[in-house]
Design a protein around this ligand. Sequence first.
Ligand code: FES
Length: 105
Amino acid sequence: IKIRVQDYTGEIKEIEAPTDMNLSLMELLKANEYPVLATCGGMALCATCHVKVEEGFEKLSESGDNELDMIDTLPNAEYNSRLACQLRLNDAMDGMLVRLAADEN
Ligand code: FES
């Protein structure tokens, strides 16, 4: 599948996302050298992987309690906020647009 990513400069790039490796979106972003610190290692505890899903949000599985609790602490969270570490790459994500948002935390 392909996912579009908007970085902090506003630039949008399309990246290839394998769905057969059990990768999270956070791991994919790091692998593509986006500035995602992932300080907590993907435990929904640091929010440095905060993204806003600008297109395709409704196709994603719902946030778990840990993710929702963390997002609730973020001053600039919006309805389309997600933690990239809590999203496993899957076919439903094809074509989605995510915007890096940890700079708004
Ligand atoms: Fe820490 Fe996602 S990597 S919350």
